[in-house]
Design a protein around this ligand. Structure first.
Ligand code: FES
Ligand SMILES: [Fe+2]
Length: 399
Protein backbone atom coordinates (compact mmCIF):
# COMPACT_ATOMS: atom_id res chain seq x y z
CA UNK A 1 0.00 0.00 0.00
CA UNK A 2 1.19 3.47 -0.84
CA UNK A 3 0.51 6.00 1.85
CA UNK A 4 0.71 9.75 1.40
CA UNK A 5 3.45 11.72 3.10
CA UNK A 6 2.37 14.58 5.38
CA UNK A 7 3.98 17.02 2.93
CA UNK A 8 1.80 15.72 0.10
CA UNK A 9 -1.34 15.93 2.22
CA UNK A 10 -0.60 19.45 3.42
CA UNK A 11 0.43 20.55 -0.07
CA UNK A 12 -3.20 20.05 -1.07
CA UNK A 13 -4.13 22.58 1.59
CA UNK A 14 -1.69 25.11 0.06
CA UNK A 15 0.73 24.05 2.79
CA UNK A 16 -1.54 25.54 5.43
CA UNK A 17 -1.48 23.77 8.78
CA UNK A 18 -4.45 25.69 10.10
CA UNK A 19 -7.15 23.18 9.33
CA UNK A 20 -10.64 24.25 8.38
CA UNK A 21 -11.57 27.81 9.30
CA UNK A 22 -13.38 28.19 12.64
CA UNK A 23 -16.62 29.38 11.02
CA UNK A 24 -17.07 26.04 9.26
CA UNK A 25 -17.72 24.41 12.64
CA UNK A 26 -20.48 26.82 13.52
CA UNK A 27 -22.64 27.62 10.51
CA UNK A 28 -26.16 26.26 10.09
CA UNK A 29 -26.21 26.77 6.31
CA UNK A 30 -23.02 24.79 5.95
CA UNK A 31 -24.42 21.95 8.09
CA UNK A 32 -27.43 21.78 5.74
CA UNK A 33 -25.17 21.77 2.72
CA UNK A 34 -22.99 19.04 4.21
CA UNK A 35 -26.04 16.91 4.94
CA UNK A 36 -27.33 17.32 1.39
CA UNK A 37 -24.08 17.32 -0.59
CA UNK A 38 -22.03 14.90 1.47
CA UNK A 39 -24.05 12.58 3.70
CA UNK A 40 -27.03 12.03 1.43
CA UNK A 41 -24.73 11.48 -1.55
CA UNK A 42 -22.12 9.12 -0.12
CA UNK A 43 -22.23 5.59 1.20
CA UNK A 44 -23.51 5.33 4.75
CA UNK A 45 -22.99 2.31 6.93
CA UNK A 46 -26.40 0.79 7.69
CA UNK A 47 -25.71 -2.39 9.62
CA UNK A 48 -24.56 -5.97 9.20
CA UNK A 49 -26.16 -8.88 7.37
CA UNK A 50 -26.50 -10.85 10.61
CA UNK A 51 -28.95 -8.25 11.88
CA UNK A 52 -31.40 -9.09 9.11
CA UNK A 53 -30.51 -12.72 8.57
CA UNK A 54 -34.01 -14.06 7.83
CA UNK A 55 -36.39 -13.28 4.97
CA UNK A 56 -38.54 -10.33 6.07
CA UNK A 57 -36.10 -9.05 8.71
CA UNK A 58 -35.60 -5.32 8.48
CA UNK A 59 -33.90 -2.43 10.16
CA UNK A 60 -34.19 1.28 9.64
CA UNK A 61 -31.85 4.21 9.61
CA UNK A 62 -32.41 7.92 9.36
CA UNK A 63 -30.28 10.81 8.31
CA UNK A 64 -31.65 14.32 8.66
CA UNK A 65 -35.00 14.33 6.86
CA UNK A 66 -34.45 11.04 5.01
CA UNK A 67 -35.35 7.63 6.33
CA UNK A 68 -34.50 4.22 4.99
CA UNK A 69 -35.63 0.69 5.54
CA UNK A 70 -33.19 -2.12 4.83
CA UNK A 71 -34.93 -5.45 4.36
CA UNK A 72 -34.15 -8.98 3.26
CA UNK A 73 -36.40 -10.15 0.44
CA UNK A 74 -37.85 -13.58 -0.28
CA UNK A 75 -34.95 -14.19 -2.66
CA UNK A 76 -32.50 -13.52 0.20
CA UNK A 77 -31.36 -10.23 -1.32
CA UNK A 78 -30.80 -7.26 1.00
CA UNK A 79 -32.49 -4.14 -0.40
CA UNK A 80 -33.02 -0.59 0.80
CA UNK A 81 -36.04 1.65 0.29
CA UNK A 82 -37.20 5.03 1.43
CA UNK A 83 -39.30 4.30 4.49
CA UNK A 84 -42.08 6.50 3.16
CA UNK A 85 -45.52 5.28 2.16
CA UNK A 86 -46.73 6.36 -1.26
CA UNK A 87 -50.16 7.14 0.10
CA UNK A 88 -49.58 9.92 2.62
CA UNK A 89 -45.94 9.54 3.59
CA UNK A 90 -46.17 7.60 6.84
CA UNK A 91 -43.26 5.34 7.64
CA UNK A 92 -44.25 1.91 6.38
CA UNK A 93 -42.78 0.06 9.34
CA UNK A 94 -43.31 1.45 12.82
CA UNK A 95 -40.18 0.14 14.57
CA UNK A 96 -36.43 0.64 14.18
CA UNK A 97 -36.04 -3.05 13.48
CA UNK A 98 -38.26 -6.05 13.21
CA UNK A 99 -39.70 -8.69 10.95
CA UNK A 100 -42.37 -8.60 8.26
CA UNK A 101 -44.02 -11.92 7.53
CA UNK A 102 -44.71 -11.47 3.85
CA UNK A 103 -45.56 -7.82 3.41
CA UNK A 104 -44.82 -4.38 4.80
CA UNK A 105 -48.14 -3.00 5.94
CA UNK A 106 -48.31 0.74 6.47
CA UNK A 107 -49.64 1.47 9.97
CA UNK A 108 -51.65 4.51 8.78
CA UNK A 109 -54.24 3.20 6.29
CA UNK A 110 -52.89 -0.23 5.54
CA UNK A 111 -51.34 0.02 2.10
CA UNK A 112 -49.08 -3.00 1.80
CA UNK A 113 -45.86 -3.68 -0.07
CA UNK A 114 -44.07 -6.88 -1.05
CA UNK A 115 -40.67 -7.46 0.58
CA UNK A 116 -39.04 -6.40 -2.71
CA UNK A 117 -40.82 -3.06 -2.53
CA UNK A 118 -43.62 -3.62 -5.06
CA UNK A 119 -47.04 -2.35 -4.06
CA UNK A 120 -49.17 -5.30 -2.96
CA UNK A 121 -52.55 -4.06 -1.88
CA UNK A 122 -54.58 -0.89 -1.31
CA UNK A 123 -57.54 -1.20 1.09
CA UNK A 124 -60.76 0.09 -0.49
CA UNK A 125 -58.95 0.46 -3.79
CA UNK A 126 -62.22 1.18 -5.59
CA UNK A 127 -62.39 4.58 -3.83
CA UNK A 128 -59.27 5.80 -5.63
CA UNK A 129 -59.12 7.00 -9.22
CA UNK A 130 -57.42 4.63 -11.66
CA UNK A 131 -53.69 4.33 -10.86
CA UNK A 132 -50.72 2.45 -12.24
CA UNK A 133 -49.96 0.13 -9.31
CA UNK A 134 -46.60 -0.85 -10.76
CA UNK A 135 -45.37 2.73 -10.32
CA UNK A 136 -46.37 2.85 -6.65
CA UNK A 137 -43.75 0.61 -5.11
CA UNK A 138 -41.44 1.84 -2.36
CA UNK A 139 -38.74 4.07 -3.79
CA UNK A 140 -35.46 2.18 -3.89
CA UNK A 141 -32.21 3.38 -2.34
CA UNK A 142 -28.87 2.14 -3.60
CA UNK A 143 -27.59 -0.63 -1.35
CA UNK A 144 -24.29 -2.52 -1.29
CA UNK A 145 -23.19 -5.37 0.93
CA UNK A 146 -19.43 -5.52 1.32
CA UNK A 147 -17.89 -8.20 3.55
CA UNK A 148 -21.19 -8.54 5.39
CA UNK A 149 -21.46 -4.82 6.05
CA UNK A 150 -24.49 -3.06 4.61
CA UNK A 151 -24.11 0.37 3.06
CA UNK A 152 -26.73 2.62 1.51
CA UNK A 153 -26.50 5.76 -0.62
CA UNK A 154 -29.65 7.88 -0.67
CA UNK A 155 -28.75 9.81 -3.82
CA UNK A 156 -25.82 10.54 -6.07
CA UNK A 157 -23.44 8.27 -7.87
CA UNK A 158 -19.76 7.41 -7.95
CA UNK A 159 -17.53 4.50 -6.99
CA UNK A 160 -18.94 1.53 -5.11
CA UNK A 161 -17.96 0.76 -1.51
CA UNK A 162 -15.78 -2.08 -2.80
CA UNK A 163 -14.01 0.33 -5.14
CA UNK A 164 -13.57 3.02 -2.47
CA UNK A 165 -12.16 0.55 0.03
CA UNK A 166 -10.29 -1.68 -2.42
CA UNK A 167 -6.96 -1.15 -0.66
CA UNK A 168 -8.47 -2.34 2.62
CA UNK A 169 -9.91 -5.46 0.99
CA UNK A 170 -6.99 -7.81 1.55
CA UNK A 171 -6.73 -6.97 5.23
CA UNK A 172 -10.43 -6.81 5.94
CA UNK A 173 -11.09 -10.14 4.26
CA UNK A 174 -8.84 -11.83 6.85
CA UNK A 175 -11.44 -11.20 9.54
CA UNK A 176 -14.40 -13.11 8.00
CA UNK A 177 -16.71 -10.24 8.88
CA UNK A 178 -19.56 -11.64 6.79
CA UNK A 179 -19.79 -14.59 9.22
CA UNK A 180 -19.79 -12.48 12.37
CA UNK A 181 -22.65 -11.87 14.80
CA UNK A 182 -23.37 -8.82 16.95
CA UNK A 183 -21.50 -8.99 20.25
CA UNK A 184 -23.36 -6.27 22.12
CA UNK A 185 -26.32 -3.96 21.56
CA UNK A 186 -25.75 -1.04 19.18
CA UNK A 187 -24.77 2.25 20.80
CA UNK A 188 -25.31 5.91 19.89
CA UNK A 189 -23.71 8.95 21.50
CA UNK A 190 -25.01 12.43 20.72
CA UNK A 191 -22.87 15.54 20.84
CA UNK A 192 -23.72 19.23 20.95
CA UNK A 193 -21.15 20.15 18.35
CA UNK A 194 -20.46 20.09 14.64
CA UNK A 195 -19.97 16.59 13.20
CA UNK A 196 -16.55 17.55 11.84
CA UNK A 197 -15.22 18.00 15.37
CA UNK A 198 -15.91 14.31 15.98
CA UNK A 199 -14.18 13.19 12.80
CA UNK A 200 -11.26 15.54 13.51
CA UNK A 201 -10.43 13.96 16.85
CA UNK A 202 -11.08 10.50 15.51
CA UNK A 203 -8.68 10.90 12.59
CA UNK A 204 -5.43 11.47 14.46
CA UNK A 205 -3.39 9.56 17.00
CA UNK A 206 -1.30 12.53 18.14
CA UNK A 207 -3.63 12.83 21.14
CA UNK A 208 -3.19 9.21 22.22
CA UNK A 209 -0.15 9.56 24.57
CA UNK A 210 -1.75 12.45 26.45
CA UNK A 211 -5.48 11.92 25.98
CA UNK A 212 -5.64 8.12 26.21
CA UNK A 213 -2.94 7.15 28.70
CA UNK A 214 -4.21 3.59 29.08
CA UNK A 215 -4.49 3.07 25.34
CA UNK A 216 -0.95 4.37 25.05
CA UNK A 217 0.06 1.91 27.75
CA UNK A 218 -1.44 -0.87 25.64
CA UNK A 219 -0.10 0.08 22.22
CA UNK A 220 3.01 1.99 23.22
CA UNK A 221 4.65 4.07 20.55
CA UNK A 222 3.58 1.70 17.81
CA UNK A 223 0.41 3.68 17.06
CA UNK A 224 0.46 5.63 13.82
CA UNK A 225 -1.91 6.97 11.15
CA UNK A 226 -1.53 6.32 7.44
CA UNK A 227 -3.36 8.29 4.79
CA UNK A 228 -4.07 6.32 1.67
CA UNK A 229 -5.90 9.10 -0.11
CA UNK A 230 -8.17 11.92 0.99
CA UNK A 231 -11.02 9.51 1.47
CA UNK A 232 -9.43 6.48 3.10
CA UNK A 233 -7.03 6.18 6.02
CA UNK A 234 -5.65 3.41 8.17
CA UNK A 235 -4.40 3.60 11.74
CA UNK A 236 -2.34 0.90 13.30
CA UNK A 237 -1.18 -0.11 16.76
CA UNK A 238 0.66 -3.20 17.93
CA UNK A 239 -0.13 -4.50 21.41
CA UNK A 240 2.96 -3.99 23.49
CA UNK A 241 4.25 -7.38 24.67
CA UNK A 242 5.88 -5.85 27.77
CA UNK A 243 4.39 -5.15 31.18
CA UNK A 244 1.41 -2.82 31.37
CA UNK A 245 0.67 -0.23 34.04
CA UNK A 246 -3.05 -0.67 33.56
CA UNK A 247 -4.36 -3.87 35.12
CA UNK A 248 -7.11 -3.96 32.51
CA UNK A 249 -4.53 -3.91 29.73
CA UNK A 250 -2.49 -6.59 31.46
CA UNK A 251 -5.57 -8.79 31.87
CA UNK A 252 -6.45 -8.31 28.20
CA UNK A 253 -2.95 -9.18 27.01
CA UNK A 254 -2.68 -12.18 29.34
CA UNK A 255 -6.04 -13.54 28.28
CA UNK A 256 -6.16 -12.86 24.55
CA UNK A 257 -5.91 -16.23 22.78
CA UNK A 258 -4.61 -16.88 19.29
CA UNK A 259 -7.09 -16.63 16.45
CA UNK A 260 -6.60 -19.59 14.14
CA UNK A 261 -7.76 -17.73 11.03
CA UNK A 262 -5.55 -14.68 11.48
CA UNK A 263 -1.94 -14.64 10.27
CA UNK A 264 0.87 -13.94 12.75
CA UNK A 265 0.99 -10.35 11.50
CA UNK A 266 -2.55 -9.73 12.80
CA UNK A 267 -2.67 -11.62 16.12
CA UNK A 268 -1.74 -8.60 18.25
CA UNK A 269 -2.77 -5.66 16.06
CA UNK A 270 -5.39 -3.01 16.55
CA UNK A 271 -6.19 -1.59 13.13
CA UNK A 272 -8.65 1.14 12.19
CA UNK A 273 -9.80 1.77 8.61
CA UNK A 274 -11.76 4.92 8.00
CA UNK A 275 -13.58 6.33 5.00
CA UNK A 276 -14.95 9.78 4.33
CA UNK A 277 -17.15 11.24 5.66
CA UNK A 278 -17.36 9.41 8.99
CA UNK A 279 -17.09 5.63 8.63
CA UNK A 280 -14.67 3.59 10.76
CA UNK A 281 -14.08 -0.12 11.09
CA UNK A 282 -11.75 -1.28 13.83
CA UNK A 283 -10.15 -4.68 13.51
CA UNK A 284 -9.14 -6.24 16.80
CA UNK A 285 -7.87 -9.82 16.97
CA UNK A 286 -10.84 -10.76 19.17
CA UNK A 287 -13.68 -8.73 17.62
CA UNK A 288 -14.41 -5.83 15.32
CA UNK A 289 -16.27 -2.61 15.90
CA UNK A 290 -17.99 -0.56 13.19
CA UNK A 291 -19.16 2.97 13.80
CA UNK A 292 -19.86 6.22 12.02
CA UNK A 293 -20.18 9.90 12.83
CA UNK A 294 -22.78 12.12 11.22
CA UNK A 295 -24.68 15.38 11.62
CA UNK A 296 -28.20 15.44 13.03
CA UNK A 297 -28.74 19.17 12.67
CA UNK A 298 -26.89 22.39 13.40
CA UNK A 299 -24.56 21.79 16.38
CA UNK A 300 -26.04 18.37 16.91
CA UNK A 301 -24.17 15.26 15.84
CA UNK A 302 -23.92 11.62 16.66
CA UNK A 303 -21.61 8.69 16.65
CA UNK A 304 -23.21 5.27 16.43
CA UNK A 305 -21.76 1.80 16.24
CA UNK A 306 -21.75 -1.84 17.16
CA UNK A 307 -19.26 -4.63 17.86
CA UNK A 308 -19.32 -7.97 16.08
CA UNK A 309 -17.39 -11.22 16.40
CA UNK A 310 -17.29 -14.79 15.22
CA UNK A 311 -18.85 -17.36 17.50
CA UNK A 312 -16.12 -18.49 19.89
CA UNK A 313 -16.99 -20.30 23.11
CA UNK A 314 -13.49 -20.33 24.60
CA UNK A 315 -13.70 -18.76 28.09
CA UNK A 316 -10.44 -16.89 27.52
CA UNK A 317 -11.85 -15.37 24.33
CA UNK A 318 -14.99 -14.29 26.16
CA UNK A 319 -12.86 -12.62 28.84
CA UNK A 320 -10.57 -10.97 26.30
CA UNK A 321 -13.59 -9.57 24.45
CA UNK A 322 -14.95 -8.10 27.65
CA UNK A 323 -11.56 -6.57 28.62
CA UNK A 324 -11.31 -5.08 25.13
CA UNK A 325 -14.81 -3.63 25.49
CA UNK A 326 -13.91 -2.03 28.82
CA UNK A 327 -10.69 -0.58 27.41
CA UNK A 328 -12.63 0.97 24.56
CA UNK A 329 -15.36 2.34 26.84
CA UNK A 330 -12.64 4.31 28.65
CA UNK A 331 -11.17 5.52 25.35
CA UNK A 332 -14.64 6.62 24.26
CA UNK A 333 -15.29 8.53 27.50
CA UNK A 334 -11.94 10.29 27.15
CA UNK A 335 -12.74 11.27 23.58
CA UNK A 336 -16.14 12.64 24.60
CA UNK A 337 -14.45 14.97 27.09
CA UNK A 338 -11.62 16.04 24.76
CA UNK A 339 -14.08 16.60 21.97
CA UNK A 340 -16.30 18.75 24.16
CA UNK A 341 -13.42 20.97 25.20
CA UNK A 342 -12.06 21.36 21.70
CA UNK A 343 -15.48 21.97 20.09
CA UNK A 344 -16.33 24.58 22.72
CA UNK A 345 -13.06 26.38 22.12
CA UNK A 346 -13.58 26.44 18.38
CA UNK A 347 -16.70 28.55 18.91
CA UNK A 348 -14.73 31.06 20.96
CA UNK A 349 -13.53 34.36 19.46
CA UNK A 350 -10.02 33.40 20.59
CA UNK A 351 -9.76 30.55 18.10
CA UNK A 352 -7.95 31.51 14.90
CA UNK A 353 -7.41 28.09 13.39
CA UNK A 354 -5.31 25.10 14.33
CA UNK A 355 -1.60 24.43 14.12
CA UNK A 356 -1.29 20.88 12.87
CA UNK A 357 1.63 18.43 13.03
CA UNK A 358 2.73 15.63 10.74
CA UNK A 359 0.97 13.34 13.22
CA UNK A 360 -2.38 14.93 12.42
CA UNK A 361 -2.21 14.06 8.78
CA UNK A 362 -5.43 11.99 8.96
CA UNK A 363 -7.36 15.05 10.09
CA UNK A 364 -5.68 17.12 7.39
CA UNK A 365 -6.73 14.61 4.71
CA UNK A 366 -10.30 14.72 6.02
CA UNK A 367 -10.22 18.51 5.65
CA UNK A 368 -8.89 18.20 2.10
CA UNK A 369 -11.73 15.94 1.12
CA UNK A 370 -14.25 18.21 2.82
CA UNK A 371 -12.93 21.23 0.89
CA UNK A 372 -13.06 19.40 -2.40
CA UNK A 373 -16.64 18.27 -1.75
CA UNK A 374 -17.93 21.58 -0.41
CA UNK A 375 -15.42 24.19 -1.67
CA UNK A 376 -17.14 27.00 0.23
CA UNK A 377 -15.13 25.65 3.20
CA UNK A 378 -12.06 27.14 1.49
CA UNK A 379 -13.21 30.64 2.39
CA UNK A 380 -11.64 32.33 5.41
CA UNK A 381 -14.92 33.98 6.35
CA UNK A 382 -18.46 32.70 5.83
CA UNK A 383 -20.42 34.05 2.85
CA UNK A 384 -23.22 36.52 3.73
CA UNK A 385 -26.19 34.86 5.43
CA UNK A 386 -28.54 33.19 2.99
CA UNK A 387 -25.97 32.86 0.20
CA UNK A 388 -23.80 29.92 1.25
CA UNK A 389 -25.43 27.37 -1.04
CA UNK A 390 -25.22 29.68 -4.02
CA UNK A 391 -21.60 30.65 -3.34
CA UNK A 392 -20.67 27.00 -3.00
CA UNK A 393 -22.41 26.16 -6.27
CA UNK A 394 -20.44 28.87 -8.01
CA UNK A 395 -17.17 27.59 -6.54
CA UNK A 396 -17.97 24.04 -7.65
CA UNK A 397 -18.42 25.33 -11.21
CA UNK A 398 -15.18 27.31 -11.13
CA UNK A 399 -13.08 24.43 -9.80
S1 FES B 1 -49.90 6.73 4.63
FE1 FES B 1 -49.51 4.66 4.33
S2 FES B 1 -51.44 3.83 3.97
FE2 FES B 1 -51.84 5.91 4.23
FE1 LIG C 1 -9.25 9.56 20.83
Amino acid sequence: MNFMSPDTVYAQASNSRQGLPAWTYNNAELTDLEINNIFLKTWLWAGHVSEISKVGDYQCMELAHERAIIIRGEDGVVRAFHNVCNHRASRVVPDDKGHCRNALVCPFHGWSYHLDGRLKNIPRAETFPAMDKSALGLKPIECEVWHGMIFIRFFGSGPSVAETLKDAEEEISLYKIEHMQPLVEPWTTEFNCDWKSIVDIDSEGYHVPMGHKDLYDLLGRSYYDQVLNDEVSRSYGNIDAGKHKSQLNQDYVNTLPQESYLPATHQREWIYWSAFPGFVITLFPDQIEIYHSYPISFQKSAMAGRSYALTDERPEMKSAREYNRQINIIVGQEDVQLLKWSAEGMRSSAYNGAIMSDLEVGTAAFHNQLRSTVPVALLDVPPPAGTLGQVNQQMVKEN
